[in-house]
Design a protein around this ligand. Structure first.
Ligand SMILES: [Zn+2]
Length: 254
């Protein structure tokens, strides 16, 4: 029997809810017992060396209410990103407009019709090729949008020579500003959100680009945000809400 199993057996006697999926992780460098709540509400008990089984059980029992509270919070905040199936009729949101996918035998790898019919035409290919074509479409349309809307703020920001890029920024950033190339980069899934939210991220980075004194999101930066976009805090909360459910590029087999 492994040592971890001893702990788990002791925890099993506490009668904790089954869906907590509690696990024990031995941490040789820790000095005190800890509890980690994962993004989906998983519970991991962190156990330093040489801690008696009953002490771990007591600790977890005493923290029961805290665990329940924090699991609930973690689950509310957990991302639940949209999944797409690459078949006719699947919907895609791009710059405030909804499109329906239509797979075609030829034509562009991916294109949206300029008319009002809301069709996203994608040339039939391997799913990965089609997925990449759609993401590339988000990037090009997003880049046009960013340039156009960035220019709208020029008189307020006084920014000159600012450059823009749209690409995949992973899961931690919606946008970044880099001083040396004077470049604002936006995360492509941003363009699947409402324009109100997309514009918040753009303006957030523009405010960084104006180079306010102090810390990155400090008083001077906030003051610029208030000046550029009076309701920025509201939009920021919208981003938290909507951003967790948007399409980040995941596709499932048909
Ligand atoms: Zn920032």
């Amino acid at each position: 029997m492994t040592e971890t199993k001893h702990y788990l057996d002791a925890l099993a006697h506490l009668g904790l809810p089954g869906d907590w999926a509690i696990t024990v992780d031995r941490r040789p460098r820790r000095r005190s017992i800890g509890i980690e709540i994962g993004p989906a509400g998983t519970v991991t008990v962190l156990v330093p060396p040489d801690v008696p089984v009953d002490r771990v059980a007591h600790f977890v029992a005493a923290e029961r209410a805290w665990i329940a509270r924090n699991r609930e919070r973690a689950q509310q905040l957990a991302p639940d990103f949209a999944m797409k199936t690459l078949v006719d009729g699947e919907t895609f949101d791009l710059l405030g407009k909804r499109y329906h996918l239509r797979l075609t035998a030829d034509g562009q790898p991916a294109q949206v019709d300029a008319g009002t019919d809301g069709l996203l035409s994608v040339r039939r290919a391997d799913p990965e090729v089609m997925r990449e074509a759609i993401i590339a479409l988000y990037c090009t349309h997003g880049l046009d949008w960013a340039r156009e809307h960035g220019a709208k703020y020029r008189h307020l920001t006084g920014l000159r020579g600012l450059r823009y890029a749209v690409r995949d920024l992973g899961s931690r950033h919606w946008g970044i500003y880099q001083k040396a190339p004077h470049l604002v980069t936006l995360h492509w899934p941003l363009f699947g959100l409402s324009e109100q939210v997309t514009e918040y991220v753009l303006v957030h980075e523009l405010a960084h680009a104006t180079n306010p004194p102090g810390t990155p999101h400090g008083p001077a930066w906030r003051q610029r945000m208030h000046h550029l976009m009076p309701d920025w805090q509201h939009r920021k909360h919208l981003l938290y809400d909507l951003g967790r459910h948007t399409w980040m590029g995941a596709c499932q087999p048909r």
